[in-house]
Design a protein around this ligand. Structure first.
Ligand code: CA
Length: 246
């Protein structure tokens, strides 16, 4: 028997999106016996629907799914939510390929895997997902010139225009903008924004930086810019006369 007392979140909702019935049943059985409430989907579209409609605490997502690939489901969930995602991949070149992609998953497991390790990863992800509130800087609103970044509303405004961004992009921007002039290495950004056990590499950071820059391209008089510090990482530089206000 597993020690249910060590469970970080009894009764929390876990969505399992997996078309292999035997795998799905094994995960459901073990999650349920640990005190989780389990939702299941056997295809991409139904998985995405449940992720949106039921607001699970964690999503276990197979990569190869009928209807809509796990990759696409992951991207769509991630564009709307910070819910932890544990991606399952087959033991082939697929798993290596996936790690190089920026899917936005928080952790990856290669099938076949042991149930104990699976449960341990689920618990670790849930513990981590409870942490951001404590990590959040005291300031909830950063202002630079006409730019306002509000971490309570998760909203970025340039003048009267809202700049839409994913939760990761937002966190990355907030982290960088809150420490103007400071150089952040790619690794430190990975830890701060994606969490300490994220398995992606620094290309993930580079991709998100590029997306952030693209989103601000429409504003040529932006009072800050994200500077690449060659071989090290990134820094936010403020325009002269545009101090950071908290
Ligand atoms: Ca599959």
């Amino acid at each position: 028997m597993l020690d249910a007392g060590s469970d970080p979140a009894p009764g929390r909702l876990v969505l399992v999106v997996e078309d292999e019935e035997s795998v799905r049943m094994t995960l459901r059985y073990n999650l349920a016996s640990r005190g989780y409430v389990v939702l299941e989907a056997d295809a991409g579209p139904s998985g995405l629907e449940l992720a949106r409609g039921r607001n699970p605490d964690l999503v276990v997502l197979d990569l190869m799914l009928p209807g809509l690939s796990g990759e696409e489901v992951c991207r769509r969930i991630r564009a709307e939510s910070d819910v932890p995602i544990l991606m399952l991949t087959a033991r082939t070149a697929e798993s290596d390929k996936v790690r190089g992609l920026d899917l936005g998953a928080d952790d990856y497991m290669t099938k076949p895997f042991g149930v104990q390790e699976f449960l341990a990863r689920v618990e670790a992800l849930l513990r981590r997902s409870q942490r951001p509130a404590r990590r959040t800087p005291a300031a909830t609103v950063l202002k630079v010139g006409e730019v306002m970044v509000d971490s309570d509303a998760r909203r970025v405004m340039v003048g009267s225009s809202e700049v839409k961004m994913s939760p990761r992009e937002f966190t990355l921007l907030f982290h960088l903008l809150g420490t103007p002039g400071r150089v952040h290495s790619r690794d430190s950004l990975l830890r701060a924004v994606w969490g300490p056990s994220f398995h992606g590499d620094s290309k993930t950071v580079a991709v998100h930086i590029r997306w952030l820059r693209e989103k601000f391209e429409a504003f040529p008089t932006l009072p800050f810019r994200i500077t690449t510090v060659f071989g090290v990482g990134y820094r936010v530089d403020l325009a002269p006369g545009s101090p950071l206000q908290r």
